[in-house]
Design a binder for this molecule. Sequence first.
Ligand code: DHB
Length: 308
Amino acid sequence: DISTHILDQRMRSPVYNASGVMCRETTELEAVRHSDAGALVSKSCTLEARDGNPEPRYAATPFGSINSMGLPNHGYRYYLDYAAHYDYTDKPLFISISGLSLADNLHMLDAFQRLKRPLLPEVNLSCPNVPGKPQLGYSFDDMATALTAIHAAMDIPFGVKLPPYFDISHFEMAAEIFNRFERLKFLTCINSIGNGLVVDTDSETVLIKPKNGLGGIGGDYVLPTALANVNTFYRLCPDKQIIGCGGIGAGEQVFQHILCGASAVQVGTRLWEEGAGLFTRLNQELVAIMQRKGYQCLADFRGKLCTL
Ligand code: DHB
């Protein structure tokens, strides 16, 4: 049994898409819905539709990916309409919100909660790819201000998508902020490692056009950072649920994220490369690992990472 819960919502599998992959168009969202994913999350939306950054803006590498999409999306009304007509008895629907200002986020969150449907808002505090817009998750005072306003406005539970942190003092400062907010129920760790640079030796060029080639790094590169963030926030925020994201390409990494404390996991880079059949494979691989170890359910090992 690989079922799990986020809040009171059951997922048949802990695995689903990371926001940004297979979730911009309703056709893509429907493909994830009809797959073996346990949930789905929509592309981060803004108040108005955006074309995003110039192409090429995504590239695969042997160990992962680099992207600087720049929030291409249809505008929040498109995803609001999807959420209004969604069948919530099927699998949970997360809605990623990434306003260009606090006022935009408050406006969008209000519209979604007024639907009075059991959608799960994931407020994105970590988009690294909009020129001129810093990642809110790295400005602790601004993040606290934003969460105070969002929490006061929200009647329903919500979560946040976090950037990776790399310093113990930053983990502690961030966790102290999150623990102030009761209706902040889940933390999604991590977004891409922002502003990496991948170089092609032969052509001596960058791989993507925006920002002189800088972009968010995903895939194998980020697994240890993702696991560190999942496990550290699992320890520091015992009343929150953790959703793991980063470096999942096989059942083994799903297992590791859950062992570190994740209640569910998202897949970005590998889903982009492999398509929705990925979910079937990851579920099977996770089951095989659990059988080998004699585990019946995810609770048998969730958060039970051993230290020395
Ligand atoms: C984009 C990238 C992100 O990492 C994110 O959190 C939101 C948007 C993007 O470039 O579209």
